[in-house]
Design a protein around this ligand. Structure first.
Ligand code: DC
Length: 224
């Protein structure tokens, strides 16, 4: 029997990759894996445990001691991330987590644990996985790889819209600074930096709607 393919979708914050990846997974009936949520979960757990974020060994130990599982509700399509028996999904998008997650994501031993776990999610195929290093590090053999980009002002506007829809108050300038800081950290870190795989299809989403990007991806993957 032919193996079910895996699809890797990478790109910077606000490129629209989460919405796109979720829609592609729903269309193909694949499992959607948001790897950013896993880095956010470690950050949330570290904040909850009042860990010192400068101590990389503590962050790595916390990651190693956490059992990650995904619970997909078939009817609603909602996917929850559970850590050691706790559904952490509602706590991953707070300002505190967003401010600290780039530090956590730069710790090599945190990354290596999470990469192993992400590979386990994809071992039987049928996964749409999104992040920063999926096509390059996590699933270099993914059957299809996409790298989504968009102009900074468009990415910022998307993030503002998302925060508004969650009724989270925010300072525009602070958001702008935070965004650029995270982009820099993602691009410059040594382990698993944000980078398009040489064999990834790059899609500039600046002037495309989510639906248009989804159609492009499904056309390539044969699900259109
Ligand atoms: O996609 P996001 O904004 O939820 O990602 C949160 C953070 O995790 C962001 O700083 C980038 C980082 N990340 C990463 O380093 N590698 C991934 N595969 C996914 C996210």
């Amino acid at each position: 029997m032919p193996r079910i393919p895996n699809i890797a979708i990478d790109g910077p914050a606000g490129s629209g990759k989460s919405t796109v990846a979720r829609a592609v997974a729903a269309k193909l009936n694949f499992l959607y894996v948001d790897t950013g949520a896993m880095y956010r979960a470690v950050t949330y757990l570290a904040l909850k445990a009042a860990l010192d974020f400068r101590k990389e060994t503590s962050l790595a130990a916390l990651t190693r001691d956490t059992n990650f599982s995904l619970v997909q509700h078939l009817r609603s399509g909602v996917i929850e991330l559970w850590c050691n028996g706790e559904d952490v999904s509602p706590f991953l998008r707070t300002r505190e987590v967003s401010q600290m997650v780039a530090w956590v994501a730069a710790v090599p031993h945190v990354r290596s644990h999470l990469v192993r776990c992400q590979r386990r999610f994809a071992k039987n195929g049928g996964v749409v996985m999104e992040g920063r290093d999926i096509g390059t590090v996590v699933l270099p053999d993914a059957d299809y790889k996409f790298f989504l980009t968009a102009a900074l002002d468009v990415r910022l506007a998307r993030r503002e819209q998302e925060l508004n829809s969650q009724v989270q108050s925010f300072d525009k300038e602070e958001l702008h600074r935070e965004f650029i800081f995270r982009d820099e950290m993602d691009l410059k870190r040594e382990a698993g930096p944000l980078k398009a795989a040489p064999d990834a299809i790059v899609i500039d989403c600046t002037e495309l709607s989510v639906e248009e990007v989804v159609v492009k991806i499904l056309d390539v993957c044969g699900g259109g």
